[in-house]
Design a protein around this ligand. Structure first.
Ligand code: FES
Length: 116
């Protein structure tokens, strides 16, 4: 499902009702696994693949705005994708998100990871 706008296509990935506060959920965006996070009612999206050794972050533990990887417990700051806790050192790509009438859309192009 796509919706075109002046900036390109947004991909409809979920409904807001399917993303409870404090949850992280994997969706597909153009064949790429993307993690959707509901942080206190705001939806964020990052690559779902940990930059350390490719575990799925959607199987990890979301606490506040930090996601802990399920494999080696590295942590990332969800809104920026920044790697903040070892052993991760490389940041996550992030995606623009918008919500309209209960529908959640993700822009397929990732933003560059935050710089340190
Ligand atoms: S795979 Fe994520 S911290 Fe190792």
């Amino acid at each position: 499902m796509c919706e075109a706008n002046g900036d390109g296509a947004w991909v409809h990935v979920a409904t807001i009702d399917a993303l409870p506060i404090g949850s992280v959920t994997q969706v597909g965006v153009n064949g790429q696994p993307v993690a959707l996070y509901n942080v206190a009612g705001t939806i964020y999206a990052t690559s779902d693949i940990c930059t350390h050794s490719q575990a799925y972050l959607s199987e990890g533990y979301l606490e506040g705005d930090m996601i802990e990887c399920p494999l080696h417990q590295g942590t990332f700051h969800v809104p920026t994708g920044r790697a903040v806790g070892p052993p991760v050192t490389d940041d996550l790509p992030t995606y623009a998100v918008r919500t309209t009438d209960g529908a959640v859309f993700v822009k397929p192009n990732t933003s560059a990871p935050a710089s340190h």
